[in-house]
Ligand binder design. Sequence first.
Ligand code: SF4
Ligand code: SF4
Length: 173
Amino acid sequence: MEGSHKNNSTPPAASAEHDLQWQKKSASQQKTYARMLQRGDKNKMLKQLPELHEEAFSHINCLNCAACCKNYSPRFKTPDIKRISKYLRLKESRFIDRYLQLDDEGDYVVNQKPCPFLGSDNRCSIYEVRPSDCARFPYTNEDVLINRPRITLKNSSFCPAVFFVLEKLLKVK
Ligand code: SF4
Ligand code: SF4
């Protein structure tokens, strides 16, 4: 799926009771979110995003989560492949052979789950040069969040930051 971490097969597992709670709520709100994204005042919602993005990540720590890196793959576009293979001092072809595979849509994605660059401490070993999809994820400060409802709804099922922002947007008057 364009502009999103890609599903590597099974959905992410909830790791704690509170995860189950918000994931359950998110699942029950999908139609409400879809309606809001389709019919809501886009300009008003867009204006709120920077603040809501900050607020979400002021209390969500990705290092305690990593649900995206554990269960989905970013796309590795040509500039990503060039940059990362150089960083790893690998030939591009060697990098592709070792870490990537083509998916049904012709995009390069990681060939294993979790992402091979994710450490046991949930840190990304190629953070400085990570794929653009990873740097932008979960799009909570981009118009993608409003303009690509399908992606946003999927992401709201496993990313607590997307859930947080959508819940707050519901309250925008
Ligand atoms: S971006 Fe979302 S899913 Fe990924 S680690 Fe952060 S909170 Fe978790
Ligand atoms: S490259 Fe890094 S940020 Fe991107 S999915 Fe892998 S571990 Fe996560």
